[in-house]
Structures are given as structure tokens and as C-alpha cells.
Design a protein around this ligand. Structure first.
Ligand code: 4NP
Length: 147
């Protein structure tokens, strides 16, 4: 049974905070949900203001989240770790603590979606609405799977 879920992206200020915020609305309150970044440049920062804005427009308040880097402990403490893109998954695989007790997979394929495989990074594309569309679709499928 999956009781804890960690979403991982690069900076932990755009994609994984959105996934955390959406999943908190869709999953059982008993599921422990967190997010982290493979990089540490934004540790301690709130989500990107554009991510906060698209989230708020759809009823998700992600303003209290703060970025942190993935730690070795995460592999010991989470049942499921979902990477937003293939590079994030590769980076997780390089961690000496990988995979620990966690099942580590890529987010969209884990949700059963075949195309695209990666959640495109809105930090570069600016398409925060499209990012949130994808994340909502995938989170709904995963929440249903975890019931
Ligand atoms: P995220 O987006 O991985 O979805 O949080 C990024 C945020 C910041 C940077 C890269 C990606 N950055 O290079 O600072």
C-alpha cells in the first residue's frame, strides 16, 4: 500500500510543487505528500509566482510550500517517488541512496500516459497553464489508482 508520495523536479519551484498541491486535493488525507528538487539552487524559496498564480486560479494554494533538495532520507521514507522528466529520473538514479525502499518512476508513464513522457519545464517554456493541465490529468489517474 502506498502511504507516502514524493514528487521530484529540477528546481522544486514549478512542476513538483504544482503536483504536490494538486495531489493534496485529489488523494486521501492519509497519503503523505511532499515535493523536492534534484538541484539545490532554490532551497527555501516559495514556488515561482507564475506557478502560484495558475494554481490559485484553479483553487490550489501552494504559497506555503518551500523548495528543498532531495535527500538520501527520502529514499528510506517514501513509498513512491515520481520524477517529472527523464532527466530528473536519471538524477535520482545517481543518488547513492537510490532506490532504498521507494518505488521510483517517471510521473506521466506511471499515470498511464504515453505521450508526452516528460512534463515540459515551464521555467523555460512559460506554459504554466499547459503544465498544470498535464499535472491535473496525471494526478487524477494516480489518485484513482491509489484508492
Ligand atoms: P522546476 O523548474 O524543475 O519545474 O522547478 C525549474 C526551476 C528553476 C530552474 C530550472 C527548472 N533553474 O534552473 O533555476
Amino acid at each position: 500500500m502506498t502511504t507516502s508520495l514524493l514528487f521530484v523536479c529540477l528546481g522544486n519551484i514549478c512542476r513538483s510543487p504544482l503536483a504536490e498541491g494538486v495531489m493534496r486535493h485529489m488523494a486521501s488525507p492519509d497519503l503523505r505528500i511532499d515535493s523536492a528538487g534534484t538541484g539545490d539552487w532554490h532551497s527555501g524559496d516559495a514556488p515561482d509566482s507564475r506557478a502560484q498564480a495558475v494554481a490559485a486560479a484553479r483553487g490550489y494554494d501552494i504559497s506555503a510550500q518551500r523548495a528543498r533538495q532531495v535527500s538520501a532520507d527520502d529514499f528510506a521514507h517514501f513509498d513512491l517517488i515520481l520524477a517529472m522528466d527523464a532527466r530528473n529520473l536519471d538524477d535520482l538514479r545517481q543518488n547513492p541512496a537510490f532506490p532504498g525502499r521507494a518505488h521510483v518512476a517517471q510521473f506521466l508513464p506511471y499515470a498511464g500516459l504515453a505521450s508526452p513522457l516528460d512534463v515540459p519545464d515551464p521555467w523555460y517554456s512559460g506554459d504554466f497553464d499547459g503544465t498544470l493541465d498535464l499535472i491535473e490529468t496525471a494526478c487524477a489517474r494516480i489518485a484513482a489508482q491509489l484508492q
